[in-house]
Design a protein around this ligand. Sequence first.
Ligand code: FES
Length: 103
Amino acid sequence: MSIMSEASSKTVSTSAPNSPLEISVQEKKVCYQQEQTLLESLEQANVEVHFHCRDGFCGACRVKLNSGEICYPQGEPLAFIGENEILPCCCIPITNISITIDE
Ligand code: FES
């Protein structure tokens, strides 16, 4: 007598707690590297972002946040930012995010 076993088709979540966050920028997907600012991760992926002070003062790096959440680990930056704008030089993503960089 033979016994047939059916393959189990359990759904396994692919988002492990420490899986890298994803940054969508224009048509590109970039992995956020822990311990870096958002700007550093974008630079590593050869995404061109304007910057000057790299410290939250000048506002040169501002980009539009389309979705997701970020935080400023060193505290709120001093540069003026409009609604839905963020400063990649001093923020880190805390969820997957989508941003738009003005050319
Ligand atoms: S580079 Fe100056 S605020 Fe980001």
